[in-house]
Design a protein around this ligand. Sequence first.
Ligand code: SAM
Length: 225
Amino acid sequence: MNEEALSGMTPEAYFDSLYEQDAELAKIERTIRDHDMPEISVEPGYGRLLTLLVGATGARSLLEIGALGGYSGVCLARGLPEGEGRLTSLELKPDFAKLASANLAAAGFGDRSETIVGAAADSLAKLEAEGRRFDFFFIDADKENYPVYLEYAIRLANPRAVIAADNTLLRGRTLNPSKQGPAVVAIREFNRIIATDPRLTSAHLPSYDGLALAMVKEGGFLGQR
Ligand code: SAM
């Protein structure tokens, strides 16, 4: 790389520039544009982190809240062991869910992924009623419901399950006291719970748009079921 170019780069752009173009993920982004869907997939550095965390934790059962076109779904599924494990994605919009399923199938995860259409809170209630449990959660849907999704994640968690959640900075709105809309208020509350809930071991990453990470302590869910 031309070292002159370094001076104008954000840390995120610098690190992104070190990686080869990912043809599969670039194709997913193209399909999202082609369908006139919002281009709000998880940032590439956090996509890589999701793959790494799923792999490093040995997670087998993954739950994603907010599928869009399947970009983060593919990043999550890539961390699963060869031929094992399963990704469940929750998505409100049927056409988005259809594209996410198609892109997961194209990436080779068709037989190890399912996309459930509907409001995530309803789908989570059904998963809980069915007794489903998960090793890894990625929360990336409507911000107003992040505290609700976090509580469900803790209740649906296997011991030592990991919870990741994107957009904890809301493009700066989280830190702007004049912003008091429902999404901002909910994200501030979510960030506070992540930091203080005794059932969690947690960290907040402040790069890109902010990522929260938590591990549900062994027994952390006891008393909640
Ligand atoms: N995780 C995706 C990725 O990185 O590829 C991006 C998800 S996008 C930021 C948010 C998604 O959440 C959208 O697809 C949106 O339709 C979905 N969504 C919004 N409200 C929802 C709800 N109440 N239940 C389920 N999905 C919802």
